[in-house]
Design a protein around this ligand. Structure first.
Ligand code: NAD
Ligand code: 9ON
Ligand code: ZN
Ligand code: ZN
Length: 344
């Protein structure tokens, strides 16, 4: 089968021909119907050798949807032909966090050699993929796989971050979304759907700001040295009760620090490498800084329900598997509006 793989650290991914995998005991094979591209793929492809932990060759793709194609010995709970999405942050399934469906915070996964598809295990940028356990499959129940595959990460990750700041987002509050890319444009819609907050979207790119307005942002601000002052001004000096940074670069975490309100939340979702010290003389009284990771199994069901009710829609640009290297180049250069999705 065809697969898009990282073959060498620091090099762009390549399309290769590999053996179609067979499902082992308890595993499920999917015929992939959609695979989303995430900026984290570029994060890992840019890591130096001493920090790269994902193994080689690595089939990319941690946003996955497919049709159940074969069951390994003992795998139950799904049937051949079922249309499913894949919950990506695989955990051990036995610890306290996993028992709550919060496998994204499983403390045992790394030590037990369990890694998400596309981030250690072979991912979805291929004609077929193996899912380690049927509990990591969620029924699509009529949702279109291409339209919805990115809800498994670009939807789930912002949903998880926003949900943990819900108590701050009362009527009259402000939420700031920094970076209106794959995650950010879904974040704006989730904020509209589940909070009464006024939403200010920030980006360096005017077309991304236009997309923010299209999907429901109340105000847009260009990300430059005046952005903090403009956001403070439009909140009557109070600042934002919650700031969601989908970039995580030095400039954006500083902007988050400048605009977060007293007792507000900063959620650093982007993996831009910057940190934000919190404490007196850095962040306002009572402010929290958090770096959330992905989301829980229950939260994935909730995000899919938001799509079913029409509250959230991913703006998708489709590519064939043969065009996946080009799609990655476009993502790298900031040329994707919404999310790029490969349809093998
Ligand atoms: P993307 O490339 O689709 O979007 C990034 C957006 O940020 C673009 O619109 C870009 O124009 C904008 N941007 C870049 N620099 C900016 C700046 N200085 N100020 C304002 N906007 C700026 O990326 P994505 O796939 O949405 O991923 C966003 C980030 O989230 C990445 O760092 C990714 O690795 C990370 N991520 C984290 C998690 C997690 O669990 N924490 C999960 C998924 C992705
Ligand atoms: O889902 C993503 O994009 C993040 C959580 C991947 C981070 C990583 O490298 O494991
Ligand atoms: Zn991702
Ligand atoms: Zn666990």
């Amino acid at each position: 089968m065809k697969a898009l793989q990282c073959l060498e650290i620091g090099a762009p991914p390549e399309l290769v021909e590999i053996e179609t995998p067979e499902p082992g005991p308890g595993e499920v094979r999917l015929r992939v119907t959609a695979a989303g591209l995430c900026h984290s793929d570029w994060f890992l492809m840019g890591l130096p050798a001493d920090q790269y932990v994902y193994g080689l060759p690595l089939t990319l793709g941690h946003e996955a949807a497919g049709v159940v194609d074969a069951l390994g010995p003992g795998a139950t709970g799904v049937a051949v032909g079922d249309a499913v999405a894949v919950y990506g942050p695989w955990g051990c399934g036995r610890c306290h966090a996993c028992a709550q469906g919060r496998e994204d915070y499983c403390p045992n996964a790394a030590a037990q050699g369990i890694a998400p598809p596309g981030l250690g295990a072979p991912g979805a940028m291929a004609e077929y993929m193996i899912v380690d356990d049927p509990r990591h499959l969620v029924s699509l129940d009529g949702l279109d796989p291409v339209e919805c595959v990115s809800l498994t990460d670009a939807g789930l990750t912002p949903y998880h971050a926003i949900r943990s700041s819900l108590s701050k987002l009362w009527p009259g509050s402000t939420a700031v979304v920094i970076g209106v890319g794959g995650l950010g444009h879904v974040a704006v819609q989730i904020l509209r759907a589940i909070t009464p907050a006024a939403i200010i979207a920030v980006d360096v790119d005017d077309d991304k700001l236009a997309l923010a307005t299209e999907v429901g942002a109340h105000r847009t601000v260009r990300s430059d040295s005046d952005a903090g002052a403009r956001i403070r001004e439009s909140t009557a000096g109070i600042g934002a009760e919650a700031v969601f940074d989908f970039v995580g670069a030095a400039a954006t975490v500083q902007l988050a620090r400048e605009v977060v309100a007293i007792d507000g939340d900063v959620q650093i979702v982007g993996i831009g490498g910057a940190t934000l010290p919190t404490g007196f003389f850095s962040t306002p009284f009572g402010a929290s800084v958090r770096a959330p990771y992905w989301g829980s199994r229950a939260e994935l069901l909730e995000v899919l329900d938001l799509a079913r009710s029409g509250s959230v829609r991913v703006h998708v640009e489709r590519f064939g598997l043969d065009d996946a290297p080009e799609a990655y180049r476009r993502l790298h250069d900031g040329g994707i509006r919404g999310r790029a999705v490969v349809v093998p």
